[in-house]
Design a protein around this ligand. Structure first.
Ligand SMILES: Cc1cc2nc3c(=O)[nH]c(=O)nc-3n(C[C@H](O)[C@H](O)[C@H](O)COP(=O)(O)OP(=O)(O)OC[C@H]3O[C@@H](n4cnc5c(N)ncnc54)[C@H](O)[C@@H]3O)c2cc1C
Length: 375
């Protein structure tokens, strides 16, 4: 008989909270993935005090460290809870505002927690994704603010978000990394239009954003003028723990598949692939533990996080392919939609949060000390 490892007090409390929230949520929304259902779940979490448990207590969180946060992430997976659509705010933009924002800007933090505001990140542009520092969306400073013209693309939750952390070029004459600023922009600002991007899996999780003479007041500037790159690096750094969490989830999904009856009765080739996936899942878990052990060492964690991201993304694709192979015709006939959709969705894993090639560059240059590519 296997016994479950003992639950931390935080995870135990969240388990009880989620049981209550999920019962009502399912009654109201079933398994709906509509925005209204996802937003409602987020609001219920906020009401129960679990909107952003990793935030310090002073700003409305529960002050959880990375280990406790990961244990709580497992509880969300265990409860089969809906996607937490506020994560771009609570995981990335919120901590950035907490670090660099004015008192007036920090008011957004409580609105993120309560689910009154949903934040997106307007970083990538059609020609500047990996090479983010080349971005061209222009914000011309005026006496009392900025006039913004340009475009963003691949903005997650961009069709629903109420606010955006927007990266703009405020000094076109400065060196590439030196002329960028960050603005906090309500999505209903005149001059901003958004269009959905239809994906291969039929969904539209992203928007393209267009700015035409959009006026933004000076009070929207996050941190000092032209120091947006430093701020962006902080925002991307806050995603580190998120990488460890998604890797843990994948490792546990692979383990579950490995010991499933479908695999037991699959072909020898299929079983061989699943065993290979299982070994890689164990390595992924080990890397997660290594990252956790060094979580306060920023350089070491950054290095392991790049390695985890790289391993997680390639493994995600192989896992999705194996799941589809096991489901057979059901995956495309709509009888095992998770397998079919999972295959299509998994293609994004080697792009989001830094492409595989860029991750390899980082690992080669910063960790192995290989010569830098010419820029
Ligand atoms: C699921 C998902 C969510 C996303 N959410 C957001 C969001 O909320 N906000 C946002 O702003 N953006 C978001 N993005 C966009 C994402 O940040 C970019 O797609 C990513 O940075 C890659 O940029 P790109 O698409 O312009 O590709 P490119 O940078 O044009 O890359 C094209 C190809 O060239 C390769 N390449 C590029 N540079 C190098 C190099 N130096 N060396 C070797 N190969 C290279 C890449 O690996 C890739 O194969 C999201 C993307 C995905 C998939």
């Amino acid at each position: 008989m296997t016994t479950e490892p003992s639950l931390s007090p935080h995870a135990a409390e969240l388990r009880a909270v989620l049981a209550a929230i999920m019962e009502q949520h399912r009654e109201r929304w079933g398994d709906s993935n509509e925005w209204a259902a996802l937003a409602d779940f987020q609001r219920e979490l906020g009401k129960a005090g679990w909107g952003a448990p990793q935030w310090p207590v002073e700003i409305g969180g529960r002050g959880l460290g990375v280990v406790d946060t990961l244990a709580c992430d497992s509880e969300f997976a265990r409860a089969d809870a809906p996607n937490r659509v506020a994560v771009y705010g609570t995981n990335n933009v919120g901590p950035t505002i907490a670090s660099f924002g004015t008192d007036e800007q920090k008011v957004h933090l409580s609105a993120m927690l309560s689910g009154d505001e949903f934040w997106c990140q307007g970083f990538s542009e059609p020609d500047f994704g990996s090479d983010l520092a080349g971005l061209r969306c222009r914000a011309e400073p005026t006496d009392d603010g900025f006039i913004v013209n340009g475009q963003k693309v691949w903005t997650s939750i961009g069709m629903h978000a109420t606010h955006c952390m927007l990266l703009v070029r405020t000094d076109p004459d400065a060196a590439k990394h030196a002329g960028i600023s960050a603005l906090l922009v309500p999505m209903d600002t005149p001059g901003l239009t958004r269009r959905p991007i239809k994906q291969i899996n039929g969904e539209s999780e992203f928007a393209e954003l267009f700015f035409e003479d959009m006026f933004v007041p000076r009070s929207a500037l996050l941190g000092p003028l032209n120091e947006g790159w430093r701020i962006t690096m902080a925002t991307l750094g806050f995603e580190r723990a998120g990488v460890i969490s998604i890797a843990g989830k994948l490792a546990s999904d692979i383990k579950e598949m490995t010991f499933s009856p479908e695999v037991a009765s699959a072909s020898a080739t299929m079983r061989q692939e699943v065993v290979a996936l299982y070994s890689n899942a164990r390595i992924l878990e080990w890397m997660g533990q290594k990252a956790l052990a060094n979580i306060n060492d920023v350089a070491a964690t950054g290095a392991v996080a790049s390695l985890i991201k790289q391993t997680w993304s390639t493994l995600s694709k192989r896992f999705a392919e194996a799941r589809c192979d096991l489901a057979g015709i059901d995956a495309v006939a709509g009888l095992a939609p998770e397998a079919g959709q999972g295959l299509l969705t998994s293609r994004a894993s080697t792009i989001a949060g830094g492409t595989t090639e860029v991750m390899k560059n980082i690992l080669g240059e910063r960790n192995l000390g290989l010569p830098r590519e010419p820029r």
